[in-house]
Design a protein around this ligand. Sequence first.
Ligand code: WTA
Length: 654
Amino acid sequence: MGNEVLSNLMTESEAFPPSEEFAAGANATAALYGEAEADREGFWARQAERLHWETKWSQVLDWSDAPFAKWFVGGRLNVAYNCVDRHVESGHGDQVAVHWVGEPGDTRDITYAELKTEVSKAANALASLGLEAGDRVAVQLPMIPEAIIAMLACARLGLTHSVVFGGFSPAALRSRVDDAAAKVVITSDGQYRRGKAAPMKANVDEALEGAATVEKVVVVKRTDTDVAWTEGRDLWWHELVGSQPPEHAPEAFDSEHPLYILYTSGATGRPKGILHTSGGYLTQAAYTHDAVFDHKPGEDVYWCTADIGWVTGHSYIVYGPLANRATQVVYEGTPNTPHEGRHWEIVQKYKVSIYYTAPTLIRTFMKWGVQIPASYDLSSLRVLGSVGEPINPEAWVWYRENIGGGAVPIVDTWWQTETGAIMISPLPGVTSAKPGSAQKALPGIGAKVVDDSGAEVANGSGGYLVLDRPWPAMLRGVWGDDERFRQTYWSRFADQGFYFAGDGAKYDKDGDVWLLGRVDDVMNVSGHRISTTEVESALVSHPTVAEAAVVGASDPTTGQGIVAFVILRGNVSRDEAKGETATAALRDHVAKEIGPIAKPRQIMIVPELPKTRSGKIMRRLLRDVAENRAVGDVTTLADSSVMDLISSGLRSDK
Ligand code: WTA
């Protein structure tokens, strides 16, 4: 059945209610919606009681300096104590916190007691470097236990971590290190990728050449890759951390103490450092992990397949699950190393009961074929999650049938780096799930679909997704740039005081929310946010490129694929430029500037770009070309013959 046919069939018609048994045992019940509506602050105060507070708050929310929120004002807590020590103190030290699975097949089980020792030693190590609460530490690590330990050690000391995805280029790492003025960088010698050891420290060395703020680089040994060594700056993790005492007394910090910065692409070229703080963030991460995944500590085995370098790894590998005393799988490698059944082999071995992944991976599994999951025992699974982009109904149904045995609830969770935690999602024991719809704001959260003027649209209509009230895990700003924070998120609907998410959405006839993708110049490639301007800047920094325009074209596997239209400089002959090598060189250049995830799927050399009279590139028309559609309305173009030129140029290339 074609995608479109299926989505039309599914839309608003078919729904999958939870089984009676699941509903009866679920953590979150329908009553939560009403409770939260009746007394929103009281509701969030009850959620905050999930945590251990050294000093209780005096006020739940201070919104007097909007859009800068303060949650649990006056409260003090230690985030790492909440994620580790208290579980040991309550008698669960022997429970496995992490079943770690290395790509080459090595494994490591870490109990909460062991995690406490490791985090304490790492905290002592970072303190010995002279770091103090409030200092920034950059982390670029593969998916190894030390990544989690490093983040928690920072949290324990009140250091603000800035985790940078392992696939980012030296240039991208450097701009993040500089922006946050990080004093220490934690990395590894290398990382395993698709069965091979790839260097990591070498990239960090390149990135840090001349970096003014960085005093120390701490290096985890993972692949035994040879590394260059800067005496006085570089330290081996196993030597530095290995020699520390195993006890460390955690100090309580203010509820609004900065916990981390995480950079994300926006509509303009420069990535922005999204700032998250402690008490409210941990409250919502823990609450949502409990309510949305129905997580039962000591019973479930949870697995979120995200990388620690993205927000999903922060909230749903580190902070939410560990605050809730989860036993979780952490897997280092790619899903097809050494074979395409790797994930299902792991589910079978560890009896994973909650599995949280991205639509792009589900579509990849579909491509690999049903026979692969069918040859493993997946009967331990009881909740499946999806995040990162809209999930097409076909993938949703495939996921439920072939991974969930036709019976398991699926939660399609909408949220963002900026929101810190899940905002819109079904509740697995309550909601009659509709394939492709994230459905409803969670209890305690306010989301609306509005038109240009900020008025809520009617059921059956579309518009912009906004959040109409503050939430505990909301970003507290853009690092070092209050103006950009206001401009990006709060200026579009300033009169109403709405947070503008940058996503389009619609209500169906029942008022359920369907996400429709970004409305700004942000692309979503395999669930990763990449801005068109960032890729354009990378392209025009190449000596052969005069001008570039980038669009996200729909892609059956990755959601969107990056398609670039490039005008070459006059001195580069067209014939020379047409060669495979020229476009391959440009693709490599983008990978070098930003990272392999930003490599254009396709580069088209064109003589002109379509522009309005005011000089704005009309990406809509380029998207038509990239998606092989008839080109739409060209009447606002300064020169309407440009599209003919582009199309005919492209035809003659074939
Ligand atoms: C998109 C990832 C539809 C959306 C947690 C959002 C989604 C951006 C969904 C945030 C979903 C995320 N359905 N779209 N369930 N989840 N998105 O910051 O466009 O990497 O604005 O956070 O991903 O991406 P980010």
